[in-house]
Design a protein. Structure first.
Length: 94
């Protein structure tokens, strides 16, 4: 949890959740706005990410899209890209 005295951007840098670019804090309001970019349900599974096998959902993709500064109208392309890299033939783990 981010304390009220901690700058959210510095929090992300301290956690190594940034590549040096600013990270937009994923508030519930921002996530809800991002999810309006698709009609797909937030809990829909996109697939599992190797090697750990974490299951990606539409909501998790929306959270990361918010953090990256994407707009809701970008979400369909982001979801399409995620689905493309998760097909076995793409060999994401290779």
């Amino acid at each position: 949890m981010i304390s009220e005295t901690k700058d959210p951007f510095e929090f992300f840098f301290d956690k190594s959740w940034s590549d040096g670019l600013p990270v937009v804090p994923p508030t519930q309001e921002r996530i809800s706005r991002m999810l309006k970019g698709t009609k797909r349900p937030p809990d829909e599974h996109l697939g599992s990410f190797p090697p750990a096998g974490y299951v990606a959902t539409i909501e998790q993709a929306a959270i990361h899209a918010v953090m990256a500064g994407a707009r809701p109208e970008y979400l369909p392309a982001i979801l399409g890209a995620l689905e493309a890299i998760l097909v076995e033939e793409f060999n994401l783990n290779g």
